[in-house]
Design a binder for this molecule. Sequence first.
Ligand code: BES
Ligand code: MN
Ligand code: MN
Length: 462
Amino acid sequence: MKNLQSYITENKERFLNELIELLKIPSISADSAYKGDTLKTAEAVKTSLEKAGCDFVEICETPGNPIVYGEKIIDKNLPTILVYGHYDVQPPDPINLWDSPPFEPVIKTTEKHPDGAIFARGACDDKGQMYMHVKAMEFMTNTNQLPCNVKFMIEGEEEVGSVNLAPFVKNNHEKLKNDVILISDTGMIANDVPSITTGLRGLSYVEVEVTGPNRDLHSGLYGGAVANPINILAKMIASLHDESNHITIPGFYDKVEELSKDERSEMAKAPFNLENYKKALDIDAVYGEKGFSTNERNSIRPTLDVNGIWGGYTGEGAKTVIASKAYAKISMRLVPHQEWEEITNLFKTHFENIAPQGVKVKVTPHHGGQGYVTPIDSIGYQAASKAYEDAFGKTPIPQRSGGSIPIVSLFEQELKSKTILMGFGLDSDAIHSPNEHFGVWNYLKGIETIPGFYKHFTALSK
Ligand code: BES
Ligand code: MN
Ligand code: MN
């Protein structure tokens, strides 16, 4: 597009500074103590959309954090792109593992990012990636090159399950009407191996509680004679996988889509270096379901993982005690066709069934969502592919991701449109971890690639 490169070069410092200001506000959706900051962030996003050229921007209140909606409708006969992103971030804990404070952004070079990366919570997930769209919009409106209509829907509760976005989408079909949904909230293979995410996993998240005796007991006086809830919970959790690392919950795999040989060999073409993978994580071997490669295990196969486990005495020194209760938080990543509510029920029934006498078990479902796959022969995918070709000089590889954005399947169900996932982060960017960062090169490359999508999508829609 005309003047795209020079616009980015001329405005690079400002683009970085604006993002840094946004990253300074701790919009942590999981912690109600940060409510004021999430509202401040929503206001900042609203202002940025107005400045970028939206004709209409509003803050839509919800029972939780507000949704920022903006639009620029230039001609009802032209296609409409709906951009979705989120301004909320994960909590920064464990805070002591950060090399610099999570809400005081700094730019430092890394091995993967020789041009520098912005270190801050939300840099990649998703403030940095969301803001690329705001800056791409600014470029298109300032240079009179916006080729179609655009709507923005930026929410503040993605990291806590988008509970209030679902009813908003259901109640606003007309307002959100679009021809394609565009999201940058995923990753790509490497800076020299562009890829487009074609799948996301679903999720079922549960919490379990195992109760033994009605109070904590002396582990000498009672040890051996009553069920220890922590021992029992550990045993129950261990039994959820067999020796092949298959999940043992009856019915769990019933709806799992088995990929054809061709599809699997197509997948295997994506560059992957096992030695580098192990080295980056400092592990001597990978681990997982028998019969599947690492890339398959973390994308087309469902999983069950304990995310946290606690109970009893965990303070300094030793205390001899049998706890009354033990707890765990468990996530199951699902693949397309697995129904998350059904899986939650299968888990609950199974977990209650395997509890031995002497303990009581309680299973509390948290949030969940469906997986998603997008076809590669759609206009949207083709437009994205061309946009990457223009910006990277290479055809992007379609790749299914292991992560989840549960609201995407609801978009398709309610708004009847496909989602295109143009992510510019790297797996090594440490999202949700200490020292999250986003490459300066990736940020600018995203801003460069996005207008191409608008251009090609509009042209292909004719
Ligand atoms: N942006 C991520 C999801 C993601 C990251 C997908 C990288 C693919 C590649 C999103 O913010 C996220 O963290 N989702 C959660 C689920 C949500 C319900 C809390 C997840 O995947 O754990
Ligand atoms: Mn995200
Ligand atoms: Mn996230």
